[in-house]
Design a protein around this ligand. Sequence first.
Ligand SMILES: [Zn+2]
Length: 301
Amino acid sequence: MQSKCSHLENPVCRNECEVGGADGGRRIMNLCPLCGSEAVRELNLSHTVIWKCRANNCGLEFASPQLEDHELAHVYSTLYYPATADSRPVKRREATPDSVLRQVLSQLEASLGTLKGLRLLDYGCGRGPLSRIAFDFGLAPVGIEPDPVARSIAAGRVGMPVYSSLAELCSKRPPAKFELIILWNVIEHLRRPWLELQEIRRFLRPTGRLLLCTMNTSCLRARIERGRWMSYEDPTHFYYFNRRSLERVLGSGGFQRVHEWKPKIHYPHHGTFRHCFYDVSTVFGVSDGLYYLCSTAAEDA
Ligand SMILES: [Zn+2]
């Protein structure tokens, strides 16, 4: 393949490149920031273009360009964490109901054993809804949240330590290690999730677990709604995952044991039809959410 773009050497290149196709014509492509393979345009959105890696063993979907830091801060402060008296999000954000978080932790406890006394790192904790419920299970949460408004609310309402970054956590609590780390609908917001996972991994105890959930690009809603799907629409999302790409990212982050986890969740606002639809979707692997339990150990301790 002929190329006029030196960025092809760089697997984290964000620039579009013009390449000569098999027919000698030119088409716009991009490079997968995870594996460096060719990516093709999947969707044109108002705030970005979504690309999909063509490598069979990757298939990562990503936004390029990503919003700049100042644009991102503006979107978070207007859509997610407005500095108003109640700081209620403008749109439907952070919408996981408490009852769902409770079901997840309860089923996690059934799977792993008691959670009581375990140290939890709630990475990207937002206003702290997950940690608030984690307290009820006897967990001792610590939050990481870059947004100052959300961080202040989480610290005040939940009464836990919340840091702006892992670097700040490290500077204040050098020996901190956690038995459980949770990224609840967070990985899609990270600029380079495989690099951040490598950092996060350093804070996990050898026998600890990472629980991660994100939206599934193979779900029926994504296939039907396309550019109107809420995960694609959200300008703070930089990546969109299916099982294959998520497992690859987790492996690149250094997690050697990566297992899909399928909690049975009952959404309180679902009627009978949607409840049945959700159950069937889960059976066929096309439900909205992906949940993974991961560890760094090659074998379970
Ligand atoms: Zn790729």
